[in-house]
Design a protein around this ligand. Structure first.
Ligand SMILES: Nc1ncnc2c1ncn2[C@@H]1O[C@H](COP(=O)(O)OP(=O)(O)OP(=O)(O)O)[C@@H](O)[C@H]1O
Ligand SMILES: [Mg+2]
Length: 509
């Protein structure tokens, strides 16, 4: 019999009112890459938290065997000692520590009780090199890096623990194609070294590229576990959602509307590096009833552009902006909302959600004026609206009073989207809206976007997932190092064209 690196047997884990895992069985062979798939809220992260000791023995039922030996982890440290390292879905780095400090956090090397910084920084450099970040200094403050880079640092941190079983819970959600390619290459190398890898991702193309075996969870149950060679993407999707999903991208034709947003000669400066432009003399228009996709590499300035337009970026700006034909000068998010803009940010913790508040309050947070009468919130209305969004977006939660921090990652993202839809925007800006969202729910989000188009809303969508940009946008603007690298009609755009422009190749299409 083949040795199993890991066996999880009849694992059941309950939270108040939720059975997150129901007798789950999960077996992973030594040295394989094993993908764990399932819809938002299926139980993937919970299963991995059980495995990594975050939920200690005694808080769940069932048995865990590592290399055939029963293990009862009382703490994350115990799991680490058994060679299990996990990278969580939500970034866990401390933003105001340096990269080196983060890498060694909880594991500080000391000589005679004094931190050995020379060692820390030397080691850090070598791990950063392994994840393709050799340009980053170990004493760089982590929070000043982009999300994509921070994600790679998480990975470097897990690698540095010399894991035998490496768990990656949506490691590539925030990465661009190029960074994803680096990561997948690293994982293939690891496989050659005999490291076992558990890989959670909603991006099925990655799963099919890297995984040897795929296990599918649905509603806390193990639905299937099969070699990848016996499966197809469509098959995995139907196992995940429990029905066939015929099309992935329901594009509707653009409505021909008036110009909703006109941006001219727009330049934005980096607040932390005087003189450095994050957006350089950019001009574009957004029409009513269209989706303008924005593509580019991480660090190209896409998020800075939309944050600045939304009055949420510290850096100085120059140029002109007109909404619905009228010049505007937006200096705060409040003003942006008043002008009919809404922004679904990529960093949901910073701009999106209050994690310890419930769903109802989070959804209504930015539109209190529309549900209050003379400043008093109408609770009934708040509930009615909240329930509407839960249904439309298929948010998986017990009730509107569920605290957002306890929702699965993808369901938190849906709450952010609901919150901004409720402001009834004229211009809706979505920054990586479907990051971490399962295929079924993505489809629902595209449908909602299409509905909004027919109501005359203009939509900007930043996305690092090329199939998504190509599948739903009407026009695609590519930004490279803060500059316009081309605007393409979807009919003439292909992955190759977009990538060439993003990396500084072509100018116009
Ligand atoms: N700490 C918690 N308290 C209460 N309920 C929880 C908690 N953590 C998870 N849940 C619930 O358990 C279920 C499974 O959540 P889990 O995070 O494992 O899903 P997931 O498969 O990782 O989904 P996603 O793809 O969205 O990340 C969900 O219904 C979630 O709301
Ligand atoms: Mg999860």
């Amino acid at each position: 019999m083949e040795t199993m690196a890991l066996e999880m047997k009849t694992i059941t884990k309950e939270f108040p009112g939720v059975k997150a895992l129901n007798q789950v069985t999960f077996k992973v062979k030594k040295g394989e890459v094993h993908a764990l798939c399932g819809e938002n809220g299926a139980g993937k992260s919970t299963l991995m938290k059980v495995l990594s000791g975050l939920y200690p023995a005694g808080t769940y039922e069932g048995e865990i065997l590592v290399d055939g030996v029963v293990q009862r982890f009382g703490h994350i440290k115990d799991a680490e000692k058994a060679g299990i390292a996990i990278i969580y879905q939500e970034l866990a780095l401390v933003k105001n520590l340096t990269v080196g400090e983060n890498l060694f956090l909880g594991n500080e090397p000391s000589r005679f009780g004094i931190m050995d910084w020379d060692y820390v920084y030397l080691e850090t450099e070598s791990w950063l090199r392994q994840v393709g970040l050799s340009g980053i200094k170990p004493d760089r403050i982590t929070g000043t890096l982009g999300i994509g880079q921070q994600q790679l640092i998480e990975i470097a941190k897990a690698l540095s623990k010399k894991a035998k079983i490496l768990i990656l819970d949506e490691p590539t959600a925030a990465l661009t194609e190029k960074e994803v390619a680096i990561l997948l290459a690293i994982l293939k190398e690891f496989k050659n070294l005999g490291v076992t890898c558990i890989y959670i991702s909603h991006k099925l193309n990655e799963v099919f590229e890297i995984a040897d075996t795929i296990t599918i969870l649905r509603d806390g149950l193990t639905i299937a576990s099969q070699p990848t060679s016996e499966l197809t993407e469509d098959k995995v999707i139907s196992l995940m959602v429990g029905r066939e999903l015929k099309e992935r991208f329901p594009r509707v034709e653009a409505q021909s509307g008036t110009t909703m947003l006109a941006v001219k000669d727009y330049t934005v400066w980096d607040p932390s590096q005087p003189g450095r432009k994050v957006i350089d003399n950019l001009s574009f228009e957004l029409k009513q009833g269209e989706i303008l996709g924005i593509s580019g590499l991480v660090g190209a300035g896409r998020s800075e552009l939309v944050l600045s337009l939304f009055g949420a970026y510290e850096g100085a700006k120059q140029g002109s902006v007109a909404i619905d034909g009228k010049p505007v000068n937006i200096r705060s998010t409040q003003q942006a909302i008043e002008h009919g803009m809404a922004l679904v940010s990529e960093d949901r913790k910073k701009y999106g959600l209050v994690l310890d508040m419930d769903i109802k309050n989070n959804i209504s947070l930015s539109s209190l004026h529309s549900i209050s009468v003379r400043g008093v919130i109408q609770e009934n209305q708040e509930i009615a609206v909240g329930q509407d969004y839960i249904q439309q977006l298929k948010i998986k939660a017990n009730s509107l009073e569920t605290v957002v921090g306890t929702l699965s990652g993808g369901n938190q993202q849906k709450v952010v989207i609901g919150k901004w839809l409720m402001t009834k925007p004229k211009i809706l800006i979505l920054d990586e809206p479907t990051r971490g969202i399962d295929v079924g729910a993505k489809f629902e989000i595209y449908n909602i976007m299409n509905q909004l188009l027919s109501q005359g809303v203009a939509i900007i969508m930043i996305s690092s997932e090329l199939p998504e940009v190509l599948g739903v946008s009407h026009r695609i603007m590519v930004i490279s190092e803060g500059k316009m690298a081309g605007i393409f009609n979807y009919q003439s755009a292909t992955q190759e064209v977009i990538m060439a422009a993003a990396t500084g190749g072509i100018k116009h299409g």
